[in-house]
Ligand binder design. Structure first.
Ligand code: M6R
Length: 602
């Protein structure tokens, strides 16, 4: 995801090295273009930017020589507009006297650009960061001061974002927060802002956290915060951050995995905003509609998301599709595919060798290659015909969590769109995810003690929850080192039932439409001494039949669509239960033994 950094210093000085360092610190967020601007009080803004890595662009444009007392840096992760020089940030206003950069998504960017051009402004890119600058320009050119112009522009810019902006002839910069992160750092002879705390901490531990709907005006030795709503002054003293850098990066959570589980609500919201506006969604859908066969191709967690995607597509659109593990795709289908077919290649990293090899085979046969991928600039992203970015930011923990949920959100969104359904229902997802996390967190510790003593267990699901059971089992295997097999619940009686002994744990994921069938499965194991741990909505039948019920909220969605969302929410207790069990066994869930986040080998 994008990142911004800006600084105002007392004396003119070499700002290039400070900006390059800030760029390196923000780069963990993922990006594909880099840009900086210095803003003199008299004279022209010096703007240098392009696609590429921080050091590469800095060397190409000699950032190191840049001097001044005000500067802005931006790392952009392409959403609106390709990763190119014009679409790189920061952006100038029409006459070049103002410059700004943003982080987040301005979702009405396309409409705004047309308005700005119709009003005679000079629009140089397709990027939504430029819309922030012109939105301020629109009111500044009418005579409003910068604060007033930003307050008025706030009503024009839809979406979640933070931006920083400055103009020549002044000694200060301005930044606003609406949904995206923004923190200020206070130093004896400089003030800075950034998208996150870790990128400020090497400069100062004296911090001011901004809240949504606030504007910070900052100069070398001071700042003031104003409310967007009425322009009133907000009193806030800087706080001293004493945590270690690692603790700060974990955002107060004990592990990256826990942080990333909690981030699922936020990243789902960002993705839905993006999907509504992304220019790649329509051609993506067109390719799917016209395809003879659709394949979902991936490995590990990404494969489980593809499996659920295939079920969504089949049930909502009536279009059958083939979910397949990437190496098996080569083994099974390489002689069956052709230009009439389309493959959706799914990968967090975009670099998994098994997936890239399958993609090469598909390309050689002329098959359509669509990507669903998290890491910007990855091979899968670059080589696919169209791609949908997962917008999860950096997933540090080896077990995939937030990228799984955003893969599933992507497929649900596409299936709903293909079926002609309204997707606005998905705007509730962030709140439903938050409610689920809050509801299940307190229930997990009572259940964990029935699971952790066992090095062998099962996780069963049916229909929409079958892929969730596979994903839950993978999380257990990966971070508890126990053998946990994911399986279709109806298959359990065809063999594995013989493993059941007194107390043997079997986790059932019960979708609301499958409760009677799951109850049969529960009784098959409980009558043999097994312990049935069920994940499902509040249901007297489940309470009556299982030893344990982890209750997920019953969401307020239309009855025919509730099971689709319920399946996604059901993965959360499995993520948290495996996390707790990993801790109880004394392991580090972020970095399980023998595993690597990105598997670039066969
Ligand atoms: O980067 P990818 O999505 O292509 O990775 C595929 C698998 O290696 C990955 O999902 C793995 O299974 C996860 N670490 C599981 O949590």
């Amino acid at each position: 995801m994008c990142g911004i950094f800006a600084i105002v210093t007392k004396e003119e000085q070499a700002l290039g090295p400070i900006l390059i360092e800030a760029g390196h610190r923000l780069s963990y967020r993922g990006y594909d273009t880099v840009g900086v601007a210095t803003i003199p009080q008299a004279g022209e803004i010096d703007l240098r930017k392009d696609a590429g890595m921080v050091q590469e662009v800095a060397d190409r444009y000699n950032f190191a020589e840049m001097r001044g007392d005000r500067a802005i840096l931006q790392l952009r992760w392409a959403t609106f507009g390709a990763p190119s020089q014009p679409n790189s940030q920061p952006h100038l206003d029409s006459d070049g006297g103002m410059v700004g950069a943003h982080n987040g998504n301005v979702v009405n960017n396309v409409e705004l650009r047309q308005e700005f051009m119709a009003e005679g402004m000079v629009v140089r890119s397709e990027n939504d960061g430029e819309s922030c600058v012109h939105a301020v320009e629109r009111y500044a050119s009418q005579g409003h001061n910068m604060l007033e112009a930003m307050r008025l522009a706030y009503h024009d810019l839809e979406g979640d974002y933070a931006y920083v902006i400055g103009k020549t002839g002044e000694d200060r910069l301005y930044a606003i927060k609406k949904g995206s992160g923004l923190v200020a750092g206070i130093m004896p002879d400089a003030t800075c802002i950034a998208s996150d705390l870790p990128s400020i901490l090497p400069l100062t531990r004296n911090i001011v956290r901004l809240e949504d709907g606030e504007i910070i005006i900052f100069w070398a030795d001071g700042f003031e915060i104003r409310k967007v709503e009425d322009g009133s002054l907000v009193e806030r003293e800087p706080e001293l951050v004493e945590d270690t850098m690692e603790a700060v990066q974990k955002g107060g959570y004990a592990h990256f995995m826990l942080k990333e589980v909690h981030e699922q609500a936020k990243v789902a919201g960002e993705l839905i905003h993006l999907l509504d506006k992304s220019p790649d969604v329509m051609p993506f859908l067109k390719r799917l509609k016209e395809a003879r066969n659709i394949y979902f191709i991936a490995c590990g967690t990404s494969y489980h998301a593809g499996l659920l995607g295939s079920i969504y597509l089949g049930r909502l659109t009536g279009h059958p599709s083939i979910p397949v593990l990437a190496p098996q795709f080569i083994a099974q289908y390489s002689s069956a595919i052709g230009p009439e077919d389309v493959g959706i290649f799914i990968s967090q990293s975009g670099e998994t060798k098994d997936v890239l090899s399958a993609m090469s085979v598909a390309q050689a046969q002329g098959m359509g290659v669509l990507g669903v991928v998290n890491v910007v600039g990855s091979t899968l992203m670059r080589e696919s015909e169209y791609h949908i970015p997962l917008t999860c930011g950096y997933e540090i923990s080896v077990p995939a969590t937030k990228t799984f949920s955003n893969q599933v959100v992507t497929f649900l969104y596409l299936a709903l769109r293909m079926a002609g359904h309204d997707t606005s229902l998905l705007n509730n997802l962030p709140s439903w995810i938050e409610q689920t996390i809050a509801a299940v967190e307190s229930q997990i510790s009572a259940i964990e003690k029935h699971v952790t003593p066992w090095n062998d267990l099962y996780c069963l699901g049916y229909g929409l929850t079958y892929p969730i059971a596979l994903e839950g089992a993978l999380k257990f295997k990966e971070i508890t080192y126990a053998h946990c097999e994911g399986m279709l619940s109806t298959e359990f009686k065809h063999g594995p039932l013989s493993a059941v002994t007194e107390g043997y744990p079997i986790i059932f994921v019960a979708g609301p439409e499958d409760v009677p069938l799951i109850i049969s499965g529960i009784n098959e194991v409980t009558c043999r001494g097994g312990r049935a741990i069920v994940i499902g909505e509040e249901d007297a039948r489940l309470h009556a039949n299982a030893q344990d019920l982890i209750v997920i909220p019953t969401i307020d969605a239309p009855a025919e669509l509730r099971p689709y969302i319920d399946a996604l929410l059901s993965v959360i207790p499995l993520q948290l239960l495996s996390y707790q069990s990993s801790l109880a066994r004394g392991y580090d869930p972020d970095f399980p033994r023998n595993l690597s986040k990105t598997l670039t080998v066969d």
